[in-house]
Design a binder for this molecule. Structure first.
Ligand code: DGJ
Length: 719
């Protein structure tokens, strides 16, 4: 009896708590190592309680402080940057979001989706926050859906993909900015009170000055192998914006999405505005682990043909520029065969007749072969390549037009330009208006016609050299503020069509170098061209920058004649850390150099499992150092390859051994320098000897020298 009374008493005391708990659900978005926790407050609004290292004990979650409202709106009580801003039909500019429901489901092994639905309590506006978590890779992908049932369209003037909150002592932001031939520079700064905005307004070739990703370290500066770093990426091949704002309480909010600049969006009832994806990881072991998380995730879930290997190639761009004919190209194909690469890639300059593409000033838009250069068309080149046992790839820039072209003469209405102002040309060209479905058909048609005429084309290099200037769409008429967004969506429509019709066609993304480098585009492209700058020293920095986010199989790296003071070996060793190609004539090299390159292609093919599919460990940064080194370890830790470069060593510099990473400490490995110039031996200490993984990772290898522009490739094979 006494027991029953006690139970009844407990039930009465506990009941309100249970009810409150049920009314205020806790929503956990988790991966193997990360927890992002939301809870509904007593006021019915959604709060981000936690983001960081995984919390495993359910009971602890009740101890978490409330945190900040998850997806902050304009017009209510918050004093800082909102995630969303809406103007209702009655002129009211506010939004108050209350939790309605949430659902969680398993998509496939280790991938889960959580959807949280919020609704305004006075207006029929619904916001759905989506979170897709990739357990093993520690990546969370988020996007937002905005819809309403008001009578007339609402005006969206902000529409973030994601808003994240951090509450730490200090914040250090790393951004990746630069310019043409100077992409993805790494700079780090501490964030104090106020806002730091990283964005682009270029419309197309949108990443020419800044890449769409960042690293945000908390408490102390980001390091390669230690410290907490949140790494974010926006999947939008157009204007993006990241806002980092530290408020009066030293709390940081990170708002990521499309740049709302000049892009107010009129959203009709029952249409859903779906933001781009924002992907992030949170590493507790520095930038290195964050990179490996992204590389694994991209290869498994995001990249076109993420699980497939990549082709080596010879590109004719720097070997010929616009000055070529059929014979010259066939001669270069023979050189490709001698080098042992998989493919010959024909670059710019093969098309247009009324205004032949003899330079970058004309012809863009007219995609028929130039008769006097290629009297037998592309077909003859494809056939020749086939006869020689290599694949054939071709360059296009289908989203653009030179004013000196037949396309422009016929379809000025397809071109983005202000009707009553002088035209402005970037690289003598203009951007076609992809918001217009007829233009989308044209762009798709460029690929489709080539593939229909020459089904053996095995690869496209898709370039995009101009940003959008003098912005006005003849097609969108009174909805000009939709252009930046509709243009990018139009591009995706085209790329979807290409992918659907030619699912096995690999394509390189290029935008005058690394002017396009986002993970949404890479759903359609197997790789991208990080920079026109192929000076190997500059490439060490540029590739170091992009490797923070992208796996090496996406980073096209070609051996060229840039910086002849670096040996062909140095240039090739740098390129072997990415997706190897050549953009050089054999006559630019002596016999030994040609032989070296042939052997290097062979070594590269052998090392592909580690370089393209393995784990990257960046050992010594080129930033602030005279040397740099990176290594790739294959997934079963049976083999690895280390690249070591001496850039400008100092006289009498003290050199320390470099500790390797990622090996199995219990395995024995043979260490062997490979990829040497014909006839030269190795001076590597311990060359061709056995070491334990433990030794290599604890004591390390003396790989660096005091020789200027010296490089080494070292193979590490488990016995
Ligand atoms: C810019 C690219 O980055 C180069 O590789 C080359 O394809 C040229 N365009 C061709 O015009």
């Amino acid at each position: 009896m006494k027991l029953r009374l006690t139970l009844l008493f407990c039930l009465l005391v506990c009941l309100p708590g249970i009810l409150i708990a049920a009314d205020t659900p806790t929503i956990k978005i988790e991966t193997e190592n990360i927890s992002l926790i939301y809870r509904v407050g007593d006021n019915g609004r959604l709060y981000q309680h936690y983001l960081g290292r995984k919390l495993t004990y359910e009971s602890d979650l009740n101890h978490l402080p409330q945190g900040t409202e998850a997806y902050l709106t304009h017009g209510m009580e918050d004093y800082f940057e909102p995630a969303i801003q809406i103007l209702h039909n009655d002129g009211n500019p506010s939004l108050l979001l209350k939790y309605v429901t949430h659902s969680s489901s398993s998509l496939e092994g280790g991938v889960n989706e959580t959807i949280i639905t919020l609704q305004d309590d006075k207006y029929p506006v619904t916001i759905k926050l989506h979170y897709i978590s990739y357990d093993k890779e520690d990546i969370i992908k988020t996007f937002t859906e905005i819809s309403h049932r008001e009578k007339k369209p609402v005006i969206l003037s902000r529409y973030a993909s994601s808003m994240l909150h951090l509450n730490r002592a200090k914040y250090f932001l790393t951004e990746f900015a630069g310019d043409w031939a100077h992409e993805a520079n790494i700079t780090e700064q501490e964030l104090d009170f106020g806002k730091k905005v990283v964005d682009t307004k270029l419309g197309a070739r949108a990443n020419m000055f800044v890449s769409p990703f960042f690293q945000l370290a908390v408490d102390r500066k980001a390091e390669e192998n230690s410290g907490e770093v949140l790494v974010g990426n926006i999947g939008w091949t157009g204007n993006f914006q990241f806002t980092f704002e530290v408020d009066n309480k030293n709390e940081l909010r990170i708002i990521s999405g499309i740049n709302p600049y000049a892009s107010e969006y009129q959203l009709p009832a029952n249409e859903t505005f779906r933001t781009p994806d924002f992907y992030f990881t949170y590493s507790f072991e520095g930038r290195g682990q964050a990179s490996r998380n992204f590389h694994d995730w991209a290869r498994r879930y995001q990249l076109k043909d993420g699980d497939k290997t990549r082709m080596t190639l010879l590109n004719n761009w720097e070997a010929t520029y616009f000055d070529f004919n059929e014979d010259k190209l066939i001669g270069l194909m023979d050189e490709a065969v001698k080098l042992g690469v998989d493919m010959f890639l024909l670059d710019d300059g093969w098309f247009a007749n009324k205004y032949p593409r003899s330079g970058d000033h004309q012809g863009l838009g007219d995609w028929d072969e130039t008769k006097d250069k290629l009297p037998n068309g592309v077909g003859r080149l494809v056939e020749e390549a086939k006869k020689k046992g290599i694949k054939f790839g071709i360059w296009i820039e289908p989203e653009m037009v030179n004013p000196k072209s037949e396309l422009y003469e016929k379809h000025k209405d397809w071109v983005i330009h202000l009707p009553n102002r002088d035209e402005y040309y970037f690289r003598n060209q203009m951007v076609l208006d992809l918001s217009n479905p007829a233009v989308q058909d044209h762009v798709f048609g460029v690929v489709d016609k080539l593939m229909t005429n020459y089904p053996d084309i095995a690869f496209f290099k898709w370039d995009c050299n101009s940003p959008i200037t003098n912005i006005y769409s003849p097609y969108l008429k009174n909805k000009q503020s939709h252009l930046y967004i509709k243009h990018v969506r139009g591009l995706y429509n085209v790329l979807e069509r290409v992918k659907a019709k030619y699912p096995n066609l690999p394509m390189m993304l290029c935008a005058g170098g690394g002017g396009r480098s986002d993970y949404e585009a890479l759903k359609y492209f197997t790789e991208f061209w990080p920079s026109d700058n192929t000076d190997p020293i500059e490439r060490l920095f540029i590739q170091w920058g992009f490797s923070q986010i992208f796996p090496s199989k996406t980073l096209c790296a070609h051996v060229t004649t840039w910086n002849r003071s670096a040996s062909i070996k140095f240039r090739t060793d740098v390129a072997m850390m990415g997706k190897l190609g050549f953009d050089i004539k054999l006559e630019d090299m002596n016999g030994d150099e040609q032989q070296f390159c042939r052997q290097a292609v062979g070594h590269y093919n052998q090392l592909k499992p580690a370089i393209l599919e393995g784990d990257l460990y960046r050992l010594v940064s080129p930033y602030g150092s005279n040397h740099t080194s990176s290594m790739f370890v294959d997934k079963d830790k049976k083999s690895a390859v280390v690249f070591a470069f001496d850039i400008y060593p100092r006289y009498g510099e003290k050199l320390l051994p470099v500790r390797l990473q990622g090996l199995d400490r219990y395995k024995k490995y043979r260490v062997k320098e490979i990829n040497m110039m014909p006839g030269s031996g190795s001076s590597l200490q311990g060359n061709d000897q056995l070491f334990s993984g433990e030794y290599l990772m604890t004591v390390g290898l003396n790989m660096f020298t005091t020789q200027r522009l010296h490089s080494r490739v070292i193979e590490i094979v488990a016995q």
